[in-house]
Ligand binder design. Sequence first.
Ligand code: ZN
Length: 465
Amino acid sequence: MSFVKHPRFKRGGSPIPWGISLRRRRIEMTAMYFEYYTVSDVQCVVLQINPTSAFALKAFGVQLPIPNFSLSLRPFNKSTMQFEHIIGQQEVKERLITSYKGGRLAHTQLFLGPEGSGALPLAIAFAQFVNCKQPTETDSCGVCPSCKKFQKLAHPDLHFYFPTTTTDAVKKDPKSELMLTEWRTYLSKNQGYATQNSWYDFLGVGNKQGTIYVRDAADIIGKMTLKAYEANFKVIVVWMVEKLHESASNKLLKTLEEPPDNTLILLVAERFELLLPTVRSRAQLVKVPKLTEPDVLQWLTGQDVDSAMAQSIAHQANGNLNAAIDMQGSADEAQSNFILLRQWLRLCFKPGNFVPLHQFNQEMAKLGRERQKSFLKCALESVHNSLSINNGNIQWVKSAGEELTFAQNFAPYINKANHLEIYKMINQAIYHIERNAHAGILFTDLSFQLVDLMDAGRKYVNSTR
Ligand SMILES: [Zn+2]
């Protein structure tokens, strides 16, 4: 498969290389489908498929089981944490660059910014900048050997410390160095916009909270005694300093006070009041304000979010990019649930030959469990909406636009003859998915039951005419 160049697919001013053969893989994620492609082992892109239009599909020759999708492309798996890729924060960037050029570089700095402000990517961009072999006036070059290693988050002089806890893989004595692979993947995925919750989710540790342990402090001190391999500055990034265990911070005091030459310790935190005073007093403060609403809006617009939705999300996000990303994700999910549900109901209403329905079941089975449940919950809500409409209580229906029109057209067929059975059937399916039922069998069974139930609903409509 090869790509056709399309001017729409650009981001951050750096076009993705086109016309290269791609190795194709499919993974399950929270949105409908993400397909991601490795290009010559160097750059990866992800196709985020939004169920809005089908026009781009043909251009790409991508076969999808479900029609009416559009594609948007964005760079993936390569962290682009240069200053130019970081949203907003112009003043902070300028201050950092000026301090470096003016030779007033503090060796221990505290990047303090609320969740979703970009304090961590700013710290990483700064580390890349001071180590770049040929920086411009305003940014690192992005192409020198040092920058390339930074972009893989794998420069030998770049060290990360962050909260950890026991996981399936690390059953005791957790510490940052044991989870570096996970950390790099996580950071690349989020372009550095890390949050505690999403990090713990990524590790799959449920409600457990992480700590930066005294073991990590010992590792940091160990790193200090080594000479930098190749960088101008050896960089230690400590994310979520709030989670530094007291014993760890005691161990680090002397290091924070007086790091060795050519070492930069970049502490990143969200809440000043939770930091130990001994740590606060030893670092130069770099205040990172929350993002502005126009900054968030501009970012959303660049993500192909439609303008009314983007404005609403930007407003609600209150300067927190991570909140905006979450809201965008749920909006995408709600939209794709609707598209799937409409297709499913149509297929079950007029099954004709069963091949499309069979294909539908197979595709549903490939989605993750959480997505399957979210789809079925959307189906339950739709049954509820139909009943409200039938009972003349349309004001209870939260849908609007084409969703509402669809609900109104379908409502008569969800009636006395079938609605209780449909409820029961979907609730049971959710119950079985939670208990690891075989998804292929489950959706096949569900679809055949629904074919019968829709038939009963239609007969009831005909009998009352
Ligand atoms: Zn460079």
